[in-house]
Design a protein. Structure first.
Lengths: 608, 279
């Protein structure tokens, strides 16, 4: 049976998991890390870097390194989040042809799903390397607050990456799935997710028969571990400036090292009370003298530097519980997700706020991917009886007279659902009404997301307010929204089915898919060549090392002189094949090289 | 100490003569430079190794002190020689570099070893050349204009200079000239082409010297001794990228520098035995 991979496509890091022999397992990448930075870069030479390697050059090649693309996915160009990203990102963000967002790297424009697809493609490769077979089907997680367009854009990213995204699930739901896996629990849980780039708090109800229901969700898309790193960097920069009068921020290489060191120190301070930051040759002084940065940071300092950020997360938790009309004592378990939750001060703040010790049974970096893997496994395995009940991430409604938003389906309503409301005409003798379907929570329509619009015509001419129109919103289990408008007097009806859009056309997606396929072919070919080249070079080196001895032995005998010539010829051919970058030819020469190597080794070993 | 003959003198001699090698700081390789450099790197000391299709360069065991070498065989060695000369106490009296080429070579920022941030300042840990200081002081006292003005000299025909350097196999010098020309006239096609060619040749040379791009460099100096090294912050940055797992190719990719700069620094670190490669 084909395996379904679960992917946590994070703002800062991504993770991939599967269920193997009934056990959910996270798959490590080639470097042995279980998470991979969600970063993509294009080098000066035009080479694509994804993951850790992209992160390591994120500051020195800042204009061409994309991070936190998730903040942009599925959003419109004029949305506040995009404006915020445009103002704060080091890479160039431009307006796309469909009022969508594009990212410019080395003068080439990429759509956001295309960039996310590069990360997903990497996760797919990690899974394939581990499984030893192609991985097609996937479950991908998204934040619970993602709207339909953002979810669709994530699906499109999966498609571009060559994945069949069989389900999109909410991240807190996935974390709760991971928490509840193998247990028969019925609990109200809070998922406190403090990751590298974002903070989310979600309240879920884990019901009997494995029903997971998101009760409420909120967060801050610009609050994460990177903000804590930035505070440590500020502290280091200020200290260095006080000592040497030099601003390390002026030098990208210094800043890159500071960023890496700050993150490392932050992580270390979760387990030790103090740590040393040692960066020799961080910068050269005006007198051309290399200067070193050496400082010790303790946990208390880190806590002081980040206390307001932690307080912000607690405020969001407070507001979320209040909005959901829940008391703290109704929360029976608190699940910690995201690398930042390893910080003792955060654990303490959460425990103090919820008045209970948070659960330590789930892995903060892996639980979301594990949950996605569990869901993927359940979807193809009939034996599992697990039902996921998701809720509408945002309220749905229509625009009314004066540019107001009238809500029909409130936020956090369990789907499938339908609601009906009666509206009236707003002008005398009005014969048509425009139904503008929107998603959001703001009472001003313009601040919400436009999903679609249609016109109901043929209304009876009458005074304003006297013609009644019934509007019905319906969301099916697949999350497709249908809106019907009916003139109650004439029974005339008009409807629209709102299909989420990522901002890309089918043709664009197809082109991107083709490009991604071409890239994969090229990458596989390069990898194949590099592997063959390494093997050939190793053998050539060995042969050359043995050759003088073999020549001496052969010189003293009447036999084997042509073997030397043959060996030289094989080595020359192998070198030519390497120079031509011809993987097939190099592979073909490896056999001859191995034979020669074995023969040389044998000759040397047999000669006393 | 390497005595650089004037360009004309060098031009007048045909390449390849055994005796002439002692006089030539550079050669114009009449063959595939990358293959040449690879062969030079791969060649065992015994000299009995597999023969290449190109004339073999003189074997240079790594441990041998470079100052004893009288022949500069290629750009990489030329650079090492420049590094040595930059650290040498002074040019002999009356033997200050006089030709434009020599002056520009001294100024060459691309020829700076990793322990020197700029050619106008002495490398860290070394003192300025006393002879230059003396000459400058004397010049000032005497009101003479004959004081050395190494950093202020202008080259009358940079294009010709660039061509000459390229033809002599002084790719670093030619690249430097091309960059100067491009700074003044970004539209100069000839300079752009020359710069690209030089970069390519130099990249291949350094890459060949450093070995396969899949090689994994390691820091060969204990952490405690690190800060006593005489390197600049760029080399320090490259050093910080060496983690014992990343390949040469990865380090070049993540350095954020131009490939040539990264290769040059890595090569210098290997030459100084600060970095070695995993067996």
């Amino acid at each position: 049976m084909e395996k379904v991979i679960g992917i946590d496509l994070g703002t800062t890091n991504s993770c991939v998991a599967i269920v193997e022999n009934g056990v959910p397992t996270v798959i490590p990448n080639r470097g042995g890390y279980k998470t991979t930075p969600s970063m993509v870069a294009i080098t000066e030479a035009g080479k694509r870097l994804v993951g850790h390697i992209a992160k390591r050059q994120a500051i020195t090649n800042a204009e061409n390194t994309v991070y936190a693309a998730k903040r942009l996915i599925g959003r419109k160009w004029n949305s506040p989040q995009v404006k915020n990203s445009v103002a704060t990102s080091s890479y160039r963000i431009s307006q796309g042809p469909h009022n969508d967002v594009r990212i410019v790297l080395r003068d080439k424009e990429y759509s956001v799903p295309e960039v996310s697809a590069m990360v997903l493609q990497e996760m797919k490769l990690i899974a394939e390397d581990y499984l030893g077979e192609p991985a097609h089907k996937a479950v991908i997680t998204v934040p619970a607050y993602f709207n339909d367009n953002q979810r669709q854009a994530t699906k499109d990213a999966g498609e571009i990456a060559g994945l069949d995204v069989i389900r999109i699930i909410n991240e807190p739901t996935a974390a709760a799935l991971s928490y509840g896996f193998g247990k028969n629990v019925e609990k109200m849980v809070a998922v406190y997710d403090f990751g590298g780039g974002t903070f989310d708090i979600s309240i879920l109800e884990i019901g009997s028969s494995g029903v997971f229901k998101v009760i409420a969700t909120a967060g801050d898309t610009f609050l994460g571990g990177e903000d804590v790193d930035a505070r440590v960097i500020d502290w280091l920069v200020q200290g260095f400036r006080d000592e040497h009068g030099i601003d390390l921020r002026q030098d990208r290489m210094a800043l890159q090292r500071l960023k890496d060191a700050a993150e490392k120190a932050k992580c270390e301070l979760s387990s030790v009370r103090e740590t040393e930051i040692n960066l020799p040759f961080i910068i050269s002084s005006g007198r051309n003298e290399a200067l070193h940065l050496q400082r010790t940071i303790d946990r208390k300092t880190l806590e002081d530097l980040s206390s307001d950020l932690i307080e912000r997360t607690v405020d969001i938790c407070r507001q979320t519980l209040s909005d959901a009309r829940l008391d703290k004592d109704e929360i029976q378990e608190v699940i910690l997700v995201g690398g930042m939750t390893r910080m003792p001060k955060i654990q303490l703040a959460v425990a103090e706020f919820f008045e209970r010790e948070p659960c330590k049974g789930v892995h903060p970096d892996e639980s979301v991917a594990l949950g996605a893997g569990i869901q993927g496994s359940a979807l193809i395995d009939d034996k599992h009886e697990m039902v996921l009940l998701d809720v509408t991430p945002h309220a749905l409604g229509i625009m009314t007279q004066g540019g107001f938003f009238e809500e029909l389906i409130p936020q956090n309503t369990t789907v499938p659902t339908h609601r009906t409301k009666i509206f009236t005409t707003s002008r005398d003798n009005q014969t048509a009404v425009k139904i503008v379907v929107m998603q959001g929570e703001n009472e001003r329509a313009e601040a919400n997301e436009l999903l679609g619009e249609f016109i109901l015509t043929g209304l009876r001419r009458a005074a304003k307010g006297s013609v009644e129109i019934e509007v019905t919103f319906e969301i099916n289990a697949d999350g497709i929204v249908s809106v019907h408008a009916k003139d109650l007097e004439t029974a005339k009806e008009q409807s629209i089915e709102v299909t989420a859009s990522s901002g890309l056309t089918r043709d664009e997606i197809k082109d991107m898919l083709d490009n991604a396929k071409d890239y994969m072919v090229e990458r596989r070919t390069t990898e194949e060549f590099e592997a063959a080249k390494q093997e050939a070079e190793k053998l050539v080196g060995e042969i050359e090392r043995l050759l003088p001895q073999v020549e001496q032995i052969v010189a003293a005998s009447d036999f084997g002189r042509d073997a030397i010539e043959k060996a030289r010829s094989i080595v020359a051919k192998a070198r030519q094949a390497v120079a031509r970058r011809d993987a097939a030819a190099v592979k073909a020469e490896i056999e001859g090289l191995s034979r020669t190597h074995r023969m040389f080794k044998g000759v040397v070993a047999k000669t006393p | 100490m390497i005595d650089k003959p004037s360009p004309k003198k060098r031009k007048s001699k045909a390449p390849g003569g055994a005796n002439e090698e002692n006089d030539r700081p550079t050669v114009n390789p009449p063959f595939d430079v990358e293959a040449f450099a690879r062969a030079a790197t791969a060649m065992p000391v015994s000299g009995d190794a597999l023969k290449t299709t190109h004339p073999p360069p003189p074997a240079l065991p790594d441990g041998e002190p470079r100052s004893q070498q009288t022949t500069i065989t290629n750009e990489v060695e030329l650079e090492a020689a420049r590094a040595r000369s930059a650290q040498a106490p002074e040019p002999a009296a009356g033997r200050l570099p006089s030709g434009l080429l020599a002056i520009a070579n001294l100024r060459s920022p691309s020829a700076v070893p990793p322990n020197a941030g700029s050619s106008t300042s002495p490398p860290a840990g070394t003192s300025p050349s006393p002879s230059n200081i003396e000459a400058a002081v004397l010049g000032a006292i005497q009101g003479s204009t004959s004081a050395p003005e190494i950093t202020e000299r202008t080259i009358e025909d940079p294009i010709a200079e660039m061509r000459e350097r390229a033809s002599l196999g002084d790719y670093t010098g030619a690249l430097e000239m091309a960059e100067l020309i491009l700074a003044a006239d970004p539209g100069s096609l000839e300079a752009a082409e020359c710069a690209e060619n030089c970069r390519s040749v130099l990249e291949n040379m350094y890459a060949a010297r450093l070995g396969p791009s899949s090689g994994v460099p390691v820091v060969a100096v204990p952490q405690a001794q690190m800060q006593w090294l005489s390197i600049d912050h760029r080399a320090g940055f490259v050093l910080s990228l060496i983690d014992g797992f990343s390949t040469l190719e990865m380090i070049i990719d993540v350095s954020g520098m131009q490939k040539l700069d990264a290769l040059r620094i890595l090569h210098a670190l290997v030459q100084q035995r600060i970095v070695a490669f995993k067996a």
